[in-house]
Design a binder for this molecule. Structure first.
Ligand code: UDP
Length: 329
């Protein structure tokens, strides 16, 4: 049993991970300002602290009150398009807040951490599966802010013995198989939940951002990985983390799916025609990115249970039908 602090534990990937950690017998404290997260998403077995990482005093008091064995750091902003328009808020909310967290960890000698990094740290890649050795040249402020945090962590490994795993997620998708947790962002920006809002009659159509990318059907290719598989890799990472070591793992299925393929799969799953309209490219989007996740498999013994896009979409669709207004209502 470990005593764990989870920042952003009321958010989408955070809440699924908290549930997995609690079920594995860990003692979990969630620290979340509920700007994006939902109090109802936090597992009943976890302790909840309503706090903001931007408030160094609040961060200090949570560390002073608990002797944590490790930290899982999910809190942050994640909207690529918004980061292009408001870069400084991304550097503040991602980089500055993470520095506050790392400073408290150093003061309190907490030397094990798992960080929610992203495939957006790689930027425009060449269309082959991305390995952890692929050069990190992010093309959005979001990706650059996440890469800056990875560097703050690596420098902390060398300077004061932090042990850290950066999990570079590809596209988190789906919902817990029992329908108890799912994705609920306001406003919704991600492809699969927006498509399902069309299927549920809440939107008229899906906008496809760009159809002239150098990909087989002209739309962007991504690697959609189930949120419970992501939750599991966090558990494996924190349980095996040692002080003084930096690790980075890509977390994806290795399967690339285009936006058009996602829409088609959602049409099959929902039985709804899901009208699609082609619009301009969205700034900050790479054409194609999918994972070579063999390193996580080898070092963490992690294999995603969900390997089919349709199965992932089906779990998200079950969540949407049972919770048409997300966690509220
Ligand atoms: N996308 C789209 N229409 C939408 C939302 C997203 O065509 O309404 C595309 C987006 O350009 C990207 C892919 O779907 O190629 C996945 O986007 P999402 O925002 O879900 O995740 P991201 O890749 O930005 O993390």
């Amino acid at each position: 049993m470990m005593k764990l602090l989870v920042t952003g534990g009321a958010g989408y990937v955070g809440s699924h991970t908290v549930r997995v950690l609690c079920r594995a017998g860990h003692d979990v404290t969630v620290f979340d300002n509920l700007s994006q997260g939902h109090r109802q998403a936090v597992d009943a077995a976890a302790t909840f602290v309503d706090g903001d990482l931007g408030d160094a005093g609040a961060v200090e008091s949570v560390f002073a009150g608990g002797s944590f064995d490790g930290v899982l750091h999910f809190a942050g902003s994640l909207n690529v398009g918004e980061s292009v328009a408001q870069p400084l808020s991304y550097y503040r909310n991602n980089v500055v807040c993470s520095v506050n967290l790392l400073e408290a960890m150093e003061r309190h000698h907490v030397r094990r951490m798992v960080f929610s990094s992203t495939c957006a740290t790689y930027g425009q890649v060449d269309g082959t599966p991305v390995t952890e050795e692929t050069a990190q040249v992010p093309i959005s402020p979001y990706g650059r802010s996440k890469l800056a945090i990875e560097w703050a962590m690596r420098d902390s490994v060398a300077a004061w013995g932090l042990g850290c795993t950066a999990l570079r997620y590809f596209n988190a998708a789906g919902a817990a198989a029992d329908g108890g947790l799912g994705e609920d962002h306001d406003p919704e920006i991600h492809l699969i939940p927006i498509i399902l809002e069309v299927a549920a009659g809440k939107r008229d159509h899906i906008q496809i951002f760009g159809d002239d990318y150098p990909t087989p059907d002209g739309t962007c290719v991504r690697d959609y990985v189930h949120v419970d598989d992501l939750a599991e890799v966090h558990r494996l990472a924190i349980e095996t983390q040692v002080a003084g070591d930096f690790r980075a793992f890509n977390v994806g299925t290795g399967l690339g799916s285009s936006v058009k393929q996602v829409v088609d799969a959602a049409r099959d799953v929902t039985g709804h025609p899901i009208p699609a309209v082609h619009v301009e490219r969205r700034p900050g989007d790479p054409a194609i990115i999918y994972a070579d996740a063999s390193k996580a498999q080898e070092h963490l013994n992690w294999t995603p249970e969900y390997r089919s896009l349709s199965d992932i979409i089906a779990t998200a669709w079950a969540w949407h039908r049972q919770h048409p207004n997300g966690f509220d209502g």
